[in-house]
Design a protein around this ligand. Structure first.
Ligand code: GLV
Ligand code: MN
Ligand code: MN
Length: 421
């Protein structure tokens, strides 16, 4: 086994290569002016093919599972696998680093190890998942859920905005829903899962550090809230006789905001990110409103209690305004801790590169949350400018990305040593 210190990582060159790959991927978008790459779309297909080509160049064989997850296999003959993954789908009007960075860093780290003929007691699978953002269907983390063996078949019926269900989209992508279960790894074959991701927050920049070790990932509850009133003429129905669904929904949204503010010390955040008012005309009182609601917090019990409080607020609001309402949950992930010994290995890798290994929690969701149900899991964060993410201004420097590749390569070697110790 070659010692970690013997890897001569040409960090600047690696970072430049990562940037070039990310720029090439970012050209694959539904719209020329905005980066949009949705799960199981033609753009997903193109990105998957590009990534498969890079995996082959790095010495991997490539397969694809029923949810379109591209899997690059290094040393496929070895039964034990270390998994390195992230996602290649995007939010609407995305930056180019959220997701693809982890895939590109994984490919380049494997390329480094292969180029130096480093022997490991396990093979590596680099996984490019297609559904972390949940931008197309209400599902999120579908690809990693299939790999972890926890895919929920009920989500096959979820429609996108055009009424195409997830099940139909899988077929249109050339896959078979009967093969989804076969995508699951056998836990006995998996040594661990690691994910490199931009921080998407301001901590590392404030600390003037390029890399950080993730301690855990916040839990999330996502749902759709529907408020029903009576549509009516905006000119003739007096204010006191209205059953305005949008006014009721607006009241509820302020209560949601207030609840999250009151629980801020728990890292609680709540977001209404999408709203539809029907019939949606200037001169019609809204009769029906649907909005998305997402709560995140570092304590599952507090998050669940906050949702119960909002339901009670909704009940009071509905009685007073004579409206009806419904909460339709569609995604729930508990707070997930990263595996301590793997955190320590990332910390050591960062120290070996000459930096203080700061530890921080993730407020964003990641495929690692689901993969933690399969195997020991760890994440490495990379500093991003201004903490900006889910925005085209997202930026990580070549130098920091190069360091992330070097840290991952060192982590892999340390992980191999532990296994053989
Ligand atoms: C993923 O980016 C999420 O945290 O919503
Ligand atoms: Mn992401
Ligand atoms: Mn994201």
């Amino acid at each position: 086994m070659v010692a970690a210190s013997e890897i001569t990582t040409e960090i600047a060159g690696l970072g430049a290569r990562a940037e070039a790959m990310l720029s090439e991927l970012a050209k694959i978008s539904t719209e020329p002016q905005r980066l949009i790459r949705l799960f199981l779309s033609p753009e997903h297909r193109k990105a998957a093919d590009l990534i498969a080509g890079w995996m082959r160049e790095a010495g991997m064989t490539v397969t694809e599972d029923a949810l379109g997850t591209v899997r690059g296999h290094w040393r496929p003959e070895l039964k034990q696998r270390l998994l390195i993954g992230s996602h290649i789908d995007t939010v609407i009007d995305a930056g180019k680093y959220d997701g693809p960075l982890g895939v590109v860093v994984g490919i380049l780290a494997v390329r480094e190890l292969a180029a130096r003929s480093i022997e490991l007691p396990f093979g590596i699978d680099v996984l490019a998942f297609g559904d972390e953002e949940g931008s197309r269907f209400r599902t999120t983390l579908a690809g990693s859920s299939a790999c972890a063996g926890v895919f929920d078949r009920a989500s096959l019926a979820f429609p996108d905005r055009n009424g195409v269900t997830l099940g139909d989209a899988i077929k249109a992508y050339g896959k078979n829903i009967e093969d989804i279960e076969a995508a699951a790894y056998d836990p006995a074959d998996v040594a661990g899962y690691v994910e490199v991701h931009i921080e998407q927050g301001p901590v590392l920049e404030a600390e003037m550090l390029p890399l950080g070790v993730v301690t855990g990932i916040v839990g999330q509850s996502r749902m759709r809230v529907v408020v029903l009133g009576d549509a009516g003429h905006a000119g003739t129905v007096p204010m006191r006789m209205r059953h305005d669904a949008l006014a009721g929904a607006a009241e509820l949204m302020l209560a949601i905001e207030q609840t999250a503010v009151e629980n801020e010390s728990d890292g609680m955040v709540a977001t209404v990110g999408r709203i539809e008012a029907s019939p949606g005309a200037t001169n019609v009182i809204p009769g029906r409103v649907g909005f998305s609601l997402e709560f995140r917090s570092s304590t599952d019990t507090k998050r669940k209690a906050a949702i119960e409080q909002i339901k009670a607020d909704a009940q009071r609001m509905a009685v007073r305004r004579r409206l009806e309402f419904a909460f339709e949950p569609f995604h729930e992930t508990n707070t997930t801790a990263c595996t301590p010994f793997m955190q320590d290995m990332f910390a050591d890798a960062i120290s070996s590169l000459g930096y203080r290994p700061v530890r921080l929690a993730s407020g964003a969701g990641h495929d690692a949350q689901v993969m933690a149900k399969l195997c020991p899991t760890a994440m490495l964060f990379v500093r991003c400018k201004g903490g900006i993410s889910h925005n085209p201004a997202e930026y990580a420097s070549e130098a920091d990305m190069g360091l992330a590749i070097a840290a991952l390569a060192r982590f892999i070697q340390a992980f191999a040593k532990k296994g053989s110790a």
